[in-house]
Every structure is written in C-alpha cells, then in structure tokens.
Design a protein around this ligand. Sequence first.
Ligand SMILES: [Zn+2]
Length: 259
Amino acid sequence: MDLSQFDWKFKLFGFPVRVMVSFWLICVFFSPFSTGQNGPWLFGLLGWSAAVFLSILIHELGHAFAMRKVYGTTPTIDLGIGRASRGAFVFGGLTSSYSNDQVPIKRALTAAAGPVAEITSAFALALALIPLGFRFELTTIFGFIPTITADVNSFLFFGSAPLIYFVYCFVEGFVWVGGVWGLFNLAPVFPCDGGQILLSALGQTMGAVGVRIALFASIVVSVALGYLFLRDENWFMTFFFFFSAYQNYRLLAYRSPRF
Ligand SMILES: [Zn+2]
C-alpha cells in the first residue's frame, strides 16, 4: 500500500512541509507516556506527539530560514522516516534545498541553525512557565550531559483533569526532545548537523584528508554514543548511532563526500 497518499502537506512561512504517516508512528512507538502513569494515556500520547511534531518542525524551520537567507532558495521540509521530497533519505526530519553553493561556512551556518532553534525554544518554554508555578529540574544523561525535565508534581498541583495531563506531557516532551535530540544532533556524527559542521570545517581547511578525519571521528563518536545508549536501554538512539557508524564506515571506505 502506498502510504504517501496519507501525507499531510501544507505551507508554512512559504516553505512546503510534508508530514509522512511514519512520523506519527515514531511518536506512538517512542512515547514515554503510553503507560498512563500519571493520567489518561491517550492524552499523554497526544501531548507527547504534539511536542515532538512542534520541536522537530522548529528545528527544520531553523534550517529553512537560514537556507533562505544564505542561499536565497525556498527549501522543502519532510518529517518522518522514508524518502524526502527531493530524494534523500529522511530519518526524523530533513530540510533540503537546491543549491550548488557549497561554501563550507554557509553549510555550517545552515546546519547549526536547526539545533540552535530547537534547543532555544525548549529552554524558552521552560523559562516562560517557571513564573506560573511550574517546576523543572536539571538532570544529566549518562551522568555528564545536561538536560532539563519537567517536575510532574508541579503540574498535578493544577488538578488531575486530562487536559492538565496533556499539557504536562506536551511540556515534558517539548523540553526533553528539544534538549536531548537537539543536543545530540550537534554531536560530530555525519549526517547529523554537528557532523555537517565538522565535515565542512575540516573539508575546507584540509581538503580530502579533512573529510576522512571527520568521517573517522563520526565513527568513533557514534560507536561510543551507541554503546552509552545501549547501556541505557534506549533502543532507538542505540540503533540510530550504530547505523550512523556503519554509514560513515561505508563513506570512508568507498565514497567520501566531495569538496
Ligand atoms: Zn538538523
């Protein structure tokens, strides 16, 4: 069955956006709220899905606005897992634009704009809610990577109505996804945004050797992160980083990106 007939397409700030069915499947599959521990699971799932959608959309809009400014193009945004509108493979979200302009500093700027927009929006929402009585905690992933989580009790203080639970799951999801996925996107792993930045910088300064160093660094970092997530039993991130290690190995062995 061709699932693309169920794609949700719309334009936002002039950018064509396409949301694949697989995007909502990721949300359902990875929802931490489907157990309904503190409220009705359906409202938890809806709040979480809205948060993932908005956080990733803001991330891609960051890229899109930067590309429009830097290249003068109108990029397309694809969300989900599958083939993007312009042929590349998308895993989560992808903003693509036709441009032959490969100036490394421009590539680095447009790559950085996504995570910066996503992480900033996560912290901005938390900061805006603190004066209203909602509390957040600074925690760490693997004991050394900082992130923020919402304190459920400060939300349940406002009552136990399904709508309050929806808001809690939305806020918790939004700060978590923005803080964690946004941050890991900055890891020097190609094709994550951080990897694009590293590849551009080393490719520019050292040419083909720099590209190979960036790919090698990608493999080392993705294996290390994959192992840490494996220990944490986070299967999605484990798969993502081990798969990235394999992809980078293939690029290094057979087909380095050209500069
Ligand atoms: Zn990105």
